[in-house]
Design a protein around this ligand. Sequence first.
Ligand code: FAD
Length: 479
Amino acid sequence: MPGRLKRTADQNASDVLVVGAGMAGLIAAVEAKAAGATVLVIDKLKSMAEEKVRPILPGGPGNDTARAGGGGIARFENTASVEEMLQKHMDQSWGRADPAIVRAYLERVAADCRWLRDDLKLPYNKRNRTVGLGPGLARFLVREAARRGVPMRFETKALKLLTDDAGKVVGVQARGAEGKVDYRAGSVVLATGGFQGNQEMLVKYVGPEIAYGTTLTGCPTNTGDGHLMAMALGAQMINLSACHIRTMDAINAWGPSREIENIYPRGIYLNMECQRFLDEGTADSDMIANAIVLQPGHKAMLIFDETARAAFPEEWKRYQDKEKTILHARSLDDLAAKIGVDAFYFGHAVSSFNNAVAEGRAHLLPVPKTKFAVKIEDPPYYAFYPVLPGLNHPLGGLKINPQCQILDMDNQPIPGLYGAGTIVNWAFGMPFKLGNATSYKGSYHAAMSSGLAAALTFGRIAGHEAAAEAAKKSAVGSS
Ligand SMILES: Cc1cc2nc3c(=O)[nH]c(=O)nc-3n(C[C@H](O)[C@H](O)[C@H](O)COP(=O)(O)OP(=O)(O)OC[C@H]3O[C@@H](n4cnc5c(N)ncnc54)[C@H](O)[C@@H]3O)c2cc1C
């Protein structure tokens, strides 16, 4: 157990100060506490234990943890060797992911998920999502941190990092109910999420297409505060062009690629000019969403028929509010009228695709369909409309080393400063051309990946390392 800063009457001093009470911050806090440190967590929002949040839905309160679908942290066993999975990450990231970071993640993510299940006793539902999905997870984490003796100050916004004469981070200035307060700490963990709520940063780092062509499903209150505070001390940002974008419906922000995942590849995606724009058989949710960003009106329709629908009755049954999100009609003309597009171009798009399938040349179309190329010919016909690109959060962020120390432009750790969660970069992806269509490929969904799992693993590392650094400082200070 590391040595500790002496507990004083000063309730604003701690060994480890964690900024941000999402998955990454609260896991870091629990871990630092377990390592023997005194810990304080601050967050600019109200406690998620008190907020009524619906997962995924755009708008309303909630940090990204509370908005999450609650999947991705049941990765209890590795799906392949670490070397194989690492290679997959490097391939899918165009060689740009940091292999040391990805390795640190892959080597421990399964054990960390088991720790969450077996030690912290996080409950899972039948589909291996957390009970209560993201909101359930967020409530669980706040309760668990409190139960372990971690004090939390909500509605307390970090404004800037405090440093000593040597440039070491020694705390944070924040504004809360008592006005501006300096919180002193042996080390600081920044876990303030992404910058999806900061339009200036989105345009600057990710580009106007994504900034203006998406619907924001991530929390708008994650405004890159931690990034800006760290950059003010010279921190390095990397791999900034990619975001986690996924397809969604306009009502609940669920989407075809996740919820009717076997039906959608058997359909075709059309843009509002009734043109196909990507290979539906191979594209996943992120690829499709990135492609939709670049289509007219930033929306699309997914067309399929009764044969495709009837083949997967469970998926169909499960899809919520489908009467509002999936139109149907006995004829293509009637379906076009319901969508509000020109019936001639709509019918032509479907029949020319069907002809290519009949001639066995769907894979040779200018926009090929290389898998699940089946005719759309069995009424009623269905249109999942509109399919929108939902922006969850950026993937690029602060550069860290495998100890979760935030690095400066010379790749040197900024003393006393750690990062975990969406604020740090660990995955990479970028748009690419496939025929005449722009699509997307990235490492966010390579082996064993998930945003929550990354927040878990890097949160644990950051909490542990921050506690160790605070203890070292304390030992030096008291000698
Ligand atoms: C709609 C949606 C669905 C998702 N679904 C999944 C899923 O099913 N599975 C999965 O693995 N991942 C999913 N993700 C990703 C996952 O939610 C994130 O990777 C994860 O929650 C990131 O956690 P975090 O702690 O970094 O950020 P957050 O949970 O957003 O926490 C950051 C916290 O920092 C606080 N903060 C910000 N600035 C300040 C400041 N200046 N001072 C004090 N506090 C501050 C914020 O208020 C916030 O509470 C989803 C994301 C979204 C948006």
